[in-house]
Write a protein that binds this ligand. Structure first.
Ligand code: MN
Ligand code: MN
Length: 451
């Protein structure tokens, strides 16, 4: 099967639409670099579009738009369809958490005349990529009295940034002999945060100076780190990449590329045939273990509350769920000219050739939900009828590795579920690279699915 990019297939208008779509995309991802911020900003846009808290409805009928936020980190939005929920719903699930450096519970220490923070990486990272780049700090602190303090440092012009040092090549002889997996131990990912002493304190003067600054920023003491969330992420905005500006470079496109496009698709389909849900989940990068993850019972609670308010009995849960269709909206791999050896070139997805329908993932298909041929036929037909730029793609060569998504948690309910999302270069790196044609085609695909 020959693959062509959107830049070849599309007419002038669609090419312009695709490029235009990516302007607010870059801005939104640049301004919402934590799951809390992302969920909160989506909620604010949804409210402007007429979405209301699910609990504020006594009865739900066709066209009603609602949302439910879970602990500030998991946002589920829905639009009531024309047809009864018993005939099934449409679900798109994407994750809004991304690899980053969290702080340890007791992070602050002084070594020599420097103050550092110990970090604990979140998600699968290649550790060396996080050294020597400017890092921004996002903090949410909850004091013992419940008071909430927040600050961001490193994003505004004039803000300081933070950095983890690396060894100079001149002295890297021993380091460079080691395999990458051993050359950069996690315990060495310590961020340098201060170098000027507080001359009034008795000992650990540099550390005390930093603690004093934290006190003025967030009213916090050292103990308050336990009940706080500090995230270190790459500083700076998402930017156009390439002479022709055909690509986007920036942080956390896995998986906010799917979160943003599925969210925008939900905003742009006011009257779907089937009741439709957009679910933005947390904790995917650490295996979806917690209350704000895709495995949380929160999903079931929202479906139950929605169906009850639509006048259905709790016993209809089975019908609703089993007649539903879901897209696990997550990123995929595309053939990288620098690393062709990991891809099967006949089955690999190509940059710019559109959103990827993935039949199988993982080694020996482990972690794959294996959608039925019937469901894949339904999606092919749907995408073709709606002129969605799409491609089939498998992640990698057999026995090369693999990856999981939240798909299994929905397939488990007996929902037809498929992995469908765009490709990303340098996935999980501080700066990931995507094609504007793929970003737009992902939006097209999700919009068609809701319609
Ligand atoms: Mn992902
Ligand atoms: Mn990921």
């Amino acid at each position: 099967m020959k693959k062509e990019t959107g830049w070849v297939k599309w007419n002038e208008k669609t090419r312009k639409d695709a490029i235009g779509f990516c302007e607010p995309y870059k801005k939104f991802l640049s301004e919402n670099k934590t799951e809390r911020l992302f969920a909160e900003s989506c909620l604010r846009i949804a409210e402007k579009k007429g979405f209301k808290p699910l609990e504020s409805f006594r009865k739900l009928s066709s066209g009603d738009k609602f949302y439910k936020m879970n602990k500030g980190k998991l946002l589920m939005m829905g639009t009531m369809g024309k047809s009864s929920m018993k005939n099934g719903c449409r679900f798109i699930i994407a994750h809004i958490d991304s690899p980053r450096l969290d702080l340890k519970t007791i992070p602050v220490y002084q070594d020599e005349e420097l103050c550092l923070f110990k970090t604990h990486y979140y998600g699968g990272i290649k550790k060396y990529q996080w050294l020597t780049i400017p890092l921004a700090m996002y903090a949410t602190v909850i004091l013992k009295n419940g008071e909430r303090k927040e600050f961001i440092l490193g994003e505004k012009e004039g803000d300081p940034v933070f950095c983890i040092t690396d060894l100079l090549p001149h002295l890297g002889k021993d380091q460079m002999k080691k395999p990458l997996s051993e050359a950069f131990p996690g315990e060495n990912l310590n961020v340098l945060v201060g170098s000027i002493p507080d001359l009034k304190s008795k000992d650990e003067k540099v550390k005390n100076n930093v603690l004093g600054i934290l006190k003025s920023l967030a009213g916090m003491e050292e103990d308050d780190f336990l009940s706080s969330e500090f995230q270190m992420v790459p500083a700076g905005k998402l930017r156009d990449s390439g002479f022709d500006r055909g690509m986007v470079l920036g942080y956390a496109q896995d998986d906010r590329i799917c979160s943003y496009t599925s969210f925008m698709a939900m905003m742009d389909v006011p009257a779907p045939e089937k009741t439709s849900f957009c679910m933005l989940v947390d904790q995917e990068e650490i295996g979806s273990p917690g209350a704000t993850s895709a495995q949380s019972e929160f999903f079931r609670f929202v479906i139950e509350e929605t169906s009850e308010k639509a006048g259905l009995a709790t016993s209809h849960f089975r019908d609703i769920i089993q007649n539903s269709k879901a897209i696990s909206a997550d990123v995929n791999v595309m053939l990288d000219p620098n690393f062709k050896e990991v891809s099967d070139s006949r089955n690999a997805a190509r940059a710019g050739c559109g959103v990827i329908l993935s039949k199988s993932t993982g080694a020996a298909k482990g972690g794959s939900v294996e959608p039925t041929a019937e469901y894949l036929a339904f999606l092919r037909d749907l995408f073709d009828r709606n002129e969605v730029l799409w491609q089939a793609g498998e992640m990698c060569k057999l026995e090369q590795g693999g990856g999981g998504t939240v798909a299994t948690f929905f397939a488990r309910y007996n929902i037809d579920t498929v992995n469908c999302g765009p490709g990303v270069f340098s996935m999980h790196a501080p700066f990931e690279l995507t094609s504007k044609a793929d970003i737009y085609s992902t939006y097209q695909a999700y919009r068609a699915f809701y319609r």
